[in-house]
Design a protein around this ligand. Sequence first.
Ligand code: ATP
Ligand code: MG
Length: 299
Amino acid sequence: MNGSLFTPVASPFLVPFDGSFNLANCRTAPSKDAPGKSDNVAALQASVANFADLQKRLYANDRYSLLLVFQAMDAAGKDGTISAVMSGINPQGCQVMSFKAPNAEELDHDYLWRVQRALPERGRIGVWNRSHYEEVLVVRVHPKFLDGQRLPERAPLAELWPQRFESINAAEQHWARNGTVVLKFFLNVSQQEQHRRFVERIDDPSDNWKFSLNDVAESDHWDEYQAAYQDALRTTSKPWAPWYAIPADSKSYMRRTVADIIVATLSQLDLRYPEVAPDVKAAMVAARAKLVAPKAAGG
Ligand code: ATP
Ligand code: MG
């Protein structure tokens, strides 16, 4: 058993499991015949309503958890997608985690420690804005980050990244075998659109706070990031933890596509409300009769 709790949703954006993934062939914009904005907005609304219903069941059923991983270049729209897709969800049943550069305590542990601690409980949804994948993305593009990790014996880099993929695959399979539905989304923005959004952030004073010179510096490493993303997605897209590379140049299309995939995945689970045992049911019926019975005079 490979740990799969569901069948990955058939989608043009599903990253294949056979190692043939080629990022350069992936769309960053929807195709010409893809639905337009108003269709996307309506579809998103419908999916959000379905997701809300599925979340209630997930919570009541209390056996599975759902982990949604979002990775992307800056300004691809992770934050907006997370808030759009989660907009109908009861906040008590979900937790959003943003993984930044590791702090001192995190650096004192192996790199899976902080994500392991952040896994959603049964019945809950965990949303990860960045994740353990940064360890094979930003750290791969800037191997100097490894110095801070103080590994006693560091494998040569040519071995280190495959070792990390192996650990990540094993961890995710372990999570899946224990009831976590893992879905991973790479929001695939073009560099041209990214730069357009950076300029927008500079031009609009109310968006200035979103602009970071560091984002521009990272964009200069575009090709290295693309290579790292391709290798990571190619190696870690698995039936129990599939990657979807979603075109991100159109926000409305991206958001509805992500929501559709989540709903189609969760719909496959047997998320029945727990049934009450016959004796408990009988006690409930008796309690009900008492609750609706007319009060005795003077009582
Ligand atoms: P936003 O800019 O939309 O608020 P963000 O995710 O870009 O969201 P920032 O605080 O701008 O948040 O950036 C977080 C930074 O932390 C990113 O540059 C990311 O690459 C970096 N980071 C995350 N995990 C690691 C890691 N394990 N090692 C090194 N850097 C990391
Ligand atoms: Mg940022």
